[in-house]
Ligand binder design. Sequence first.
Ligand SMILES: [Fe+2]
Ligand SMILES: [Fe+2]
Length: 421
Amino acid sequence: MATTSASEALVGLPGVRKRVFWALGLGAFGLAFSLTTTAAYLPPLLHRFTSSGGLIGVILGAEGIFALTISPVIGPWSDGFHTPLGRRRPFMLVAVFPMGFCLLLMPFMPNLWTTVVIVMSFFFAYYLYETPYRGLYPDVLPPQTFGRSQSVQHIQRGIAIGIALVGGGLLFKVWRPAPFVLAAPSGEAEIFLATQLVDEARHAAFFDRFMAEVMALDGEDIRGRLAEMEQLMLPAWRTVFDDHLRETARRLLARPDDLDLFVEGIVTYHVVIEGVLAMTGQHQILKYLEAHDIYPGFCRGFSLVEQDEHRHIAFGVRFLKDACDAEPRYRAVIERKIAELVPVACHVFVPPGTEDPGDFMSYDYHSSEIYGFAYRALKRRMAVVGVEVPPAEELMPGPIAAPAIPHGAAAVAAQEMAPAP
Ligand SMILES: [Fe+2]
Ligand SMILES: [Fe+2]
């Protein structure tokens, strides 16, 4: 064994460079990061598949079995394992990639049992790495540096735990608003929905600017102003957005593989909220603003929002058509959701204080024109999907008017070009 002179200790152990301590500590960094991430975020991931706290406890507790069975085998084995790479590094090299791979895969597993297989593989790789890693310290460092090496190791461990808890928490928050992306049944749908999420974020920023600069709301920031707007919402808004959309999103987070639920979600979001409510409201408000020549900047921005919404609705219709072509039973799921939601949702068009939801004026339009526009658009889109919508009397809160008849030469041209009934 090497001896250390007192003078060597006094000049800061010139035999070992500082970066060796930090390089060795990286192992502890990786171990602490991966184990903290697993301990903190595996329970909510497993809750997607099971409500049994006992079962989740058993899965997490399995780590102890790996610690008890693998370490006593691998430790002594690595003591006598002489290779050009040393005694410990071959074990660590074999374990490090599966460990990282399993950690990356964990959040994307489709069901409980695949998650369990990945978690168990992770624990196996973890202990295959950990025991030789501990043995590496006395192999490469002189004993008089052990204390110092442990202090460096603990600094890196602390940083890793902090990153795992804060960074992991942020990722979880980012994930929450995207339940539709998370539950998308195909890569194509996933990519489209990711672009839609970005569109909706831009729309929110656009409307927020209007709320802040034109409506002069008191809220300090976008959340404050949204909370202020929420106070003004009518009960129909709450039913559609809180009871239906948020509830569907919450259930999708818990059951991302439930395709029936995903189809219901697309009907709620793309067909009813965007197709029936947003498109009708946007059309009506834009026509009103143009006719009265007000807010030209807002009109320009709102028209661009309208273009995005057309794209979103087209995706929803196409998705539902493909789903029904593959499984015709989805037509009944869609019909049921439309019959349940549209009659409630259309009360969003009714201005506060209106006595008769079947007879009112809003932005220069009579209720029958608004309901007519919304109903015809829905019927047209659902015809593409192959779904028969219930008659207007059942869906709309009031009578619907026929489309406005064009005048003069335009009318003649339109009649000539119209396909035979
Ligand atoms: Fe939008
Ligand atoms: Fe949208």
